[in-house]
Design a protein around this ligand. Sequence first.
Ligand code: SAH
Length: 237
Amino acid sequence: MTRRRWLADEVRGDKAALTGKHAEHLSRVLRARVGQEFDVSAGGRLRRGRVVAVEGGRVEFALGEELNAPAEPQVTLLLAIYKFDRMEWALEKLTELGAARIVPILSKRTETHLAKAAAKRVERWRRIAQEATEQSRRLEPPEILAPVRLKDAVGTEALTRIVLAESEQSVSLADVVRVHPAGESLALAVGPEGGWAEDELRLFAEAGWTAASLGERILRAETAAIAAMAIVASHSS
Ligand code: SAH
C-alpha cells in the first residue's frame, strides 16, 4: 500500500511537524491519530514518519528510516504571466510533471492589471504548488520565484535553453530535447496569450536561447507549457 506523503513545515533532527492549515487538514479532515505512519519529506529527504502528537494546530512526527526517492528532472520554466485562473492550472500541472523551478515573467503582452497584481499572487501560487507536490508524491515543491521582467530572466542558467515560439518553422522541441543529455539542466520559456513580442524573441536569441516549435497548431499558453514539460520529462526519466 502506498502511504500518503506530507511535506514537513518544520524539521529538527529526527523530528518533524506540520503546522497551521496543513496540520488541520491532517488532523481534522483525515483524522490522524498517534501511531499512524506516513511518508514525510523533510529537508529534501524522504523518511518514514510516525505521528507522536496531534494537538493545537500541530502534528508531530518521529522520523525513521530514509526511503528511496527518484531523481527529478532539472527543468526551469519561464512562464509569461497571463489570466491567473489558467496560469494557476498550468502551475498545478507543471508541478505534477516535475518542474523544478518556475519563473513568472512580466512580458510585453502581459495585461497591465495582471502585471500589477502578480506580486501579490506569489504566495497563492506557492500554495497551489505545495498541494500538487503532495498529491503527486514529489519530494519538494518547485521553487516559485517572484515575478520578473524578461530582460532580468533571460540570463537564467541551464545547459539547454529553449523558447517556445509558434513562429518557429524548422526546429521542433523534440529535435532539441533529443540532443540534450538526460538529467542535465534545461529551461523552457512559454509566452502569454498574445505570444512573445518580436523584440522579446530577439532578446532570447541574443542571450543564446534556441527557438522551438510544438507543431503547426497554435496552442493556448497553458497547453504549450504542459505539453513541453511532458516532452522534456519523458526524455529525462
Ligand atoms: N498570440 C499567438 C499565440 C500565442 S500562444 C497567436 O494567436 O498567434 C502562447 C504561447 O504558447 C506562445 O508564446 C508560445 O510560447 C506557446 N505556443 C503555442 N503554440 C505553440 C507552438 N505551436 N509551438 C511553439 N510554441 C507554442
